[in-house]
Design a protein around this ligand. Structure first.
Ligand code: NAP
Length: 278
C-alpha cells in the first residue's frame, strides 16, 4: 500500500502543500500520496481519526487547527511543546506524534537561502500569535544578541517573554517585549509574524527601528509583495516574503516523516512562478 499523507485545514483549497510534497517525493524517489483534506470546523479530531483508520501515515495541520493538533497529539517534539501548536502529525500504532516545523522553516530560509546569520544580531519579532510563538525557540537556538517581541496587544508579548525568559537565559540571549511604542531602535532583522498584511495593515513602527542594512521579513506571501514589504521597500529597506519559509517548513516536515531532507531550491523557484501566474 502507498504511504498516505494529507494537509488538514478549513479552508484548504488554497494550500500549496500537495504540490510541494509531491515534488519532494519525486525528487527523493519516495513513493507516497499527499492530498488536501477539508475538516469541518468542529470536526478536526474525528477527521484525524478517520484518516488514521484508513491507514494514513501523517498529516500537516493548517489554520485554524494548529492548537487542536497540539491537543490531539499523544507525544510532542521539543519545538512543538515550545510553540504550543502543531503543524505536523505522524501516526504510529498507538501514538500520534506532534511536531512544529514553522519556526525552523523561517530560520533555514533566512540563514541558508538568504545566506544571512542571525547569530549575534538584534532581532525584532512582530506578533504574539502561533507563528511568533513557534519561531522563538528556533531563533533563540541560533543565538542572536537580543530578541524583542512586539505586539498590538502588548500583554500578549509580555506574557510570551515571561514564558521564554528561562530559555533565553540558557541560550545567553537577552529577551524583552511590549507594544509598538516600546520597541527600541536599531534592529538587524525585523520579522513580521502578525496577520496584519492579510488586512492590508502595517504594524506602527518608527523608522529608527530598522538599521540601514536591516532585513524586513514578512511571513505572509502571495502573488504580490505584501503591504508591509511595499511600505518598507519605499524606505530603502531590503524585504522578503514568507514563501521560502513555507517551502523550508515543508522540507523539515518531509525529513521528519521520511528521514530524507529534499533539496528546496528548484521547488521554491517553481512555486514563485506558479504563484505569479495565478
Ligand atoms: P494568529 O495566531 O492569529 O496571530 C495573529 C497575530 O497578528 C497576533 O499577534 C495579532 O495581534 C496580530 N495582528 C492581527 N491583525 C493585526 C493588525 N491589523 N495589526 C497588527 N497586528 C495584528 O496568526 P498566526 O498563526 O500567528 O499567523 C500569523 C501570520 O504568519 C499569518 O499571516 C500567516 O499566514 C503567517 N504564517 C506563515 C507561514 C509560512 O510558512 N510562511 C507559517 C505560519 C504562519 P493581537 O494579539 O493584538 O491580536
Amino acid at each position: 500500500m502507498v504511504d498516505r499523507y494529507v494537509v488538514i485545514g478549513n479552508p484548504i483549497e488554497h494550500s500549496q502543500s500537495p504540490y510541494i510534497h509531491s515534488e519532494f517525493a519525486r525528487l527523493t524517489g519516495q513513493c507516497l500520496t499527499y492530498e488536501r483534506l477539508l475538516a469541518p470546523l468542529d470536526g478536526f479530531e474525528s477527521t484525524v481519526r478517520a484518516f488514521i483508520a484508513l491507514g494514513g501515515c501523517g498529516a500537516n495541520v493548517t489554520l485554524p487547527f494548529k492548537l487542536e493538533g497540539y491537543r490531539v497529539a499523544t507525544r510532542l517534539t521539543e519545538r512543538a511543546q515550545s510553540a504550543g501548536a502543531v503543524n505536523t502529525l505522524q501516526f504510529f500504532d498507538e501514538e500520534i506524534v506532534g511536531d512544529n516545523t514553522d519556526g525552523m522553516g523561517l530560520v533555514t530560509d533566512i540563514e541558508r537561502n538568504l545566506g544571512l546569520s542571525l547569530r549575534g544580531r538584534r532581532v525584532l519579532l512582530l506578533g504574539a500569535g502561533g507563528a511568533a510563538r513557534g519561531a522563538i525557540l528556533p531563533i533563540l537556538s541560533v543565538r542572536p544578541a537580543f530578541l524583542f517581541v512586539a505586539n498590538r496587544t502588548p500583554e500578549r508579548a509580555i506574557n510570551l517573554i515571561e514564558h521564554f525568559k528561562p530559555l533565553g537565559e540558557s541560550y545567553g540571549v537577552a529577551l524583552s517585549g511590549g507594544g509598538w511604542d516600546a520597541v527600541p531602535n536599531g534592529f538587524d532583522f525585523v520579522i513580521n509574524a502578525t496577520s496584519a498584511s492579510l488586512h492590508g495593515e502595517v504594524p506602527l513602527l518608527n523608522e529608527a527601528v530598522f538599521e540601514k542594512s536591516a532585513l524586513a521579513y514578512d511571513m505572509m506571501y502571495g502573488s504580490q509583495p505584501t503591504v508591509f514589504m511595499r511600505q518598507l521597500e519605499r524606505n530603502g529597506i531590503r524585504v522578503v516574503d514568507g514563501l521560502g519559509m513555507l517551502v523550508e517548513q515543508a522540507a523539515e516536515t518531509f525529513a521528519f516523516w521520511r528521514g530524507v531532507r529534499p533539496d528546496t531550491a528548484t521547488i521554491l523557484a517553481a512555486l514563485r512562478i506558479r504563484l505569479s501566474v495565478k
